[in-house]
Design a protein around this ligand. Structure first.
Ligand code: SF4
Length: 244
């Protein structure tokens, strides 16, 4: 067990005694430059960005630019930069890997099989995330407990084996309505696709609007079996299939 992992029980106690801003501040003081927040500009991520940027917390903020994002996601990224006077950094896929994928399989290979989809997710998301998290000790994410069945078994602070870091989910206990009310009350820029039936926004070719009553993840990789829907960012699934 690494010494970093051993800090989790203490952090789980401390997180209850602090506000989100205080706790991120504390993490930044204790882990210096090794605290990073990954944003995809969804509802939850925008709320966390607001905490970090409006309080000028020294956490690093980055996004994964897969090259296949919606124009609305880039607009939200830009609006966030402008609102807070920041430049959110991007982690891009390796150009050689994308070139090889396109040359060998074309631009829409992910529709052909789960293996092809995971390969594309690996090249455009999983590997760039692993690179962005290199040397990171605390990874802040926008995950909420109610977001999916598997995720409800998680803890607010937990060990991430794949990236050998501690994950902290500040909005873990928030309900969706609380997140939305927070966004509205603070006039935080958000992805306009959320108002057009996209509760979860990923890459453009792999995300559709959901119908009333559908699960929020029904719009992601909708052509696949529901049990295969994780992209590998928060699981070891893709890592197991493709060596990092
Ligand atoms: Fe590729 Fe789709 Fe995965 Fe984006 S979500 S990385 S386009 S397979």
């Amino acid at each position: 067990m690494s010494s970093l992992k051993e800090n989790i029980p203490q952090l789980l106690k401390e997180v209850k005694e602090h506000t989100i801003v205080q706790f991120i501040e504390k993490l930044c003081a204790e882990y210096a430059a090794a605290v990073a927040f990954s944003t995809s500009f969804g509802w939850e991520d925008q709320a966390i960005s607001h905490f970090i940027f409006s309080e000028k917390l020294p956490a690093r903020v980055f996004t994964l630019d897969t090259g296949r994002n919606f124009p609305e996601t880039y607009s939200t990224w830009n609006a966030t930069n402008e609102r807070y006077g920041v430049k959110i950094e991007a982690s891009f896929p390796k150009s050689k890997a994308v070139q090889n994928l396109l040359a060998e399989k074309g631009p829409l290979s992910f529709y052909e099989s789960v293996a092809n989809r995971k390969e594309c997710c690996y090249i455009r998301k999983v590997e760039p995330l692993a690179r962005a998290l290199k040397d990171v000790k605390i990874w802040i994410t926008g995950i909420r407990a109610e977001q999916s069945e598997g995720r409800s078994e998680m803890q607010q602070i937990e060990w991430d084996e794949a990236h050998q870091c501690i994950k902290y989910h500040p909005l873990f206990y928030w309900k969706f309505d609380e997140v939305k009310a927070f966004i509205t009350a603070n006039n935080i820029p958000y992805n306009p696709l959320h108002d057009r039936g996209f509760p979860s926004v990923g890459c453009q070719p792999c995300t559709r609007a959901v119908r009333p009553g559908e699960d929020f993840r029904a719009g992601r990789w909708w052509w696949e079996d529901t049990s295969k829907k994780e992209c590998g960012l928060h699981t070891d699934e893709v890592k197991d299939n493709f060596a990092i």
